[in-house]
Design a protein around this ligand. Structure first.
Ligand code: ATP
Ligand code: MG
Length: 352
């Protein structure tokens, strides 16, 4: 809580500082649950994050750690068997938790927009690109002629030839579909762009092109980016801050360079080893052993402890709180690099 309050004060999102711009995104102790066999199970636990206008934050973690659940909660897209059971989310100053679809609609696209993993799923297969842009612009009051002009400008900007405006999704390559999705997402100049594994289905060269394009557009338009991925190395190349999630919690939140220089959480270290950067040799032997826990059967104490090379008895008994340590927020009793000073890391630093 303290950490988030500090972030809010920095970003000026408090009501008594009306001259400062609202945070692009402010998440305060968010808890999201799914109902399974008539029991509510927690998939996202006490997540707090703040993005200033123009920030670039990455969220990483293995499959099932709660990344998509988190962003679906931000976007009002949770399925019927899910609920936000605690916490708050503000996007550009708007409280969005509990909004009905009709109430959320005015914020979609022009305040927050999303690009999902597969452009094939995000685009309507029955409509041409032009028709989809027309629908979007019509809903926001733009005349058809202006909509067509904007559509062609936007497609050209994302390097989809304007004559592809009359194509259907299946007539485009995977990379082109994702670029078209980015053009749609940016059509109404959102303050926050959310990307959920936007290039997973694409080859490495196209992946790089897409991220370069996002960087260019971000520099031009100044939107904030929340990038969700399982690939920590990729996120480190792009984002200025990275949140590492495990079993629904943030276990490390750090500026990219701090994380790259000295990753602290043993899980984050495992992720880095499992996804080597271009030019590094793959070290398959270093892939984290075991699998993430299933919903409803998270281990007691630190949820990562059964897979952790640094674990000690305390880890199975107590859940490490997320605490500020220098530039980094960390939830770990025995972080990487603290082995030499083990006793000190295990004991002392509870005064923060
Ligand atoms: P991936 O990298 O595979 O996309 P993720 O980090 O996005 O994974 P989520 O999809 O958020 O993970 O899932 C978090 C947890 O919630 C998982 O244990 C998953 O099984 C569970 N879950 C996701 N969607 C539902 C649902 N509709 N009903 C019940 N449980 C769900
Ligand atoms: Mg996901």
């Amino acid at each position: 809580m303290t950490i988030f309050r500090a972030a809010l004060t920095e970003t000026g999102a408090h009501a008594h500082r009306p001259t400062a711009p609202a945070a692009a995104l402010a998440i305060d102790e968010l808890v999201v649950q799914y109902r399974q066999r008539s029991q509510w199970q927690t998939a996202v636990s006490d997540v707090s994050l703040a993005l200033d206008p123009g920030d670039y934050l990455g969220v990483v973690g293995e499959s099932g750690c709660g990344k998509s659940t988190l962003i679906h909660a931000l976007l009002g897209l949770l399925p019927a068997n899910a609920r936000v059971s605690a916490g708050a989310v503000r996007i550009d100053g708007h409280d969005v938790v509990g909004l009905r679809d009709k109430e959320f609609r005015p914020l979609r696209w022009n305040t927050v927009a999303v690009v999902l993993q597969s452009g094939m799923n995000a685009l309507n297969p029955l409509l041409t690109l032009r028709a989809q842009f027309r629908d979007l612009f019509k809903a926001h009051g733009l005349a058809r002629r202006d909509a067509d002009r904007r559509c062609e400008e936007l497609l050209t900007r994302v390097r989809v030839p304007a004559d592809r405006a009359d194509a259907y999704a299946h007539q485009l390559s995977g990379g082109m579909r994702q670029r078209a999705c980015i053009a749609l997402a940016l059509a109404l100049d959102p303050k926050l762009l959310i990307l959920d594994e936007p290039t997973t289905a694409l080859d490495v060269v196209v992946q790089r092109e897409i991220f370069d394009l996002i960087d260019e557009l971000k520099a031009e338009r100044g939107f904030a980016v929340l990038l969700v991925s399982h690939d920590l190395a990729l996120v480190l190349e792009r984002a200025s801050r990275v949140a590492v999630m495990y079993a629904g919690r943030i276990v490390e939140l750090a500026p990219g360079d701090a994380l790259e220089g000295s990753v602290k959480h043993p899980y984050a270290a495992g992720l880095l080893a499992a996804f080597p950067r271009l030019g590094q040799r793959s070290r398959a032997a270093e892939i984290i052993p075991g699998a993430p826990p299933r919903l409803g059967s998270f281990p007691a104490g630190c949820a990562f402890h059964p897979r952790c090379v640094n674990r000690q008895e305390r880890c199975s008994l107590e859940e490490p709180p997320l605490e500020q340590r220098g530039a980094v927020q960390l939830a770990c009793f025995y972080p990487v690099g603290a082995e030499a000073a083990g006793a000190e890391a295990a004991g002392g630093e509870e005064d923060a």
